[in-house]
Design a protein around this ligand. Structure first.
Ligand code: MN
Length: 255
């Protein structure tokens, strides 16, 4: 017991086009805690936007170099910002592109990994936008446009998204309890791990009388952190390995 290295999970780094402080923090994280881990999962919004694997942004290239050198499996799920990240870049970085709902088997039990944006079902305006931009024909048309146009469009959408987020009530931009219950039921899981909402916490709640847990990862725009999962349970940690300020350690495994 306790000898298996932990699995580490992060999301919402929102890395910029050019290398900046968050990229430096992440590269340090890869050289530190990740070196002692058995696997790394990135649950989306690794990048603040993605306009195609051909863009060759400096931060993305540096990141690919570092991630591809890791001696452990790395999985990536799309977020609502980097949903266009494709096979070419994933391969270059040595990451597996995971489906948007990823059931996993951890030592402490089964879990479901998601970015989390699809659970914000009260935000009907966003879900309509999501339906459009996740269509293969929309994506093909977008990726066929000149790079400069794609960048301009991504910058424009980022501006709208930030403005809209500030205008919406906080319960609209959070996950909906019904959507959480539905996805846990459908995958027969009692543990959900997601990012996106930037509201790091570990929640306990029942679904059909079954005790469930929902672990929300922090955004690296605020206090960066990660989730460590081992045989003993889950812990939300800051980059220096301390318990994350808003959530205490949860030693018990999910029911
Ligand atoms: Mn997101």
């Amino acid at each position: 017991m306790g000898s298996t290295p932990p699995i580490l999970i992060v999301s919402d780094l929102h890395l910029d086009v050019e290398p900046g402080p968050t990229l430096s923090e992440f590269l340090q994280f890869l050289e530190g805690p990740v070196r002692a881990a058995s696997a790394l999962y990135v649950l989306g919004d690794l990048f603040d936007y993605w306009v195609g694997d051909d863009a060759g942004f400096a931060a993305a290239e540096k990141l690919a170099d570092a991630v591809s050198a890791l001696p452990l499996p790395v999985s990536f799920q799309h977020g609502n910002r980097d949903f266009l990240l494709g096979n070419a870049y994933a391969e270059r970085a040595g990451m597996t592109l995971a489906p948007e709902e990823l059931p996993v088997e951890f030592e402490i039990g089964e879990a479901l990994l998601m970015h989390g944006d699809s659970l914000c079902t009260a935000d009907t305006e966003y879900l309509r936008f999501r339906d459009v931009v996740r269509r293969p024909d929309w994506q093909q048309a977008f990726l066929a446009r000149p790079l400069a146009e794609r960048i301009a469009e991504a910058e424009r959408l980022r501006g709208i998204s930030r403005g809209a987020g500030q205008m919406k009530a906080s319960d609209i931009t959070d996950v909906h309890p019904d959507a959480v219950a539905e996805v846990l039921r459908r995958h027969d899981r009692s543990l959900l791990i997601h990012g996106h909402t930037h509201r790091p916490a570990i929640h306990h709640f029942p679904v059909d009388g079954r005790p469930c847990m929902r672990c929300v990862l922090p955004s690296w725009d605020g206090v960066p952190g990660y989730l460590a999962v081992d045989a003993h349970g889950l812990r939300l940690l800051t980059l220096d390995g301390r318990d994350y300020p808003v959530a205490s350690g949860v030693p018990s495994s999910p029911a």
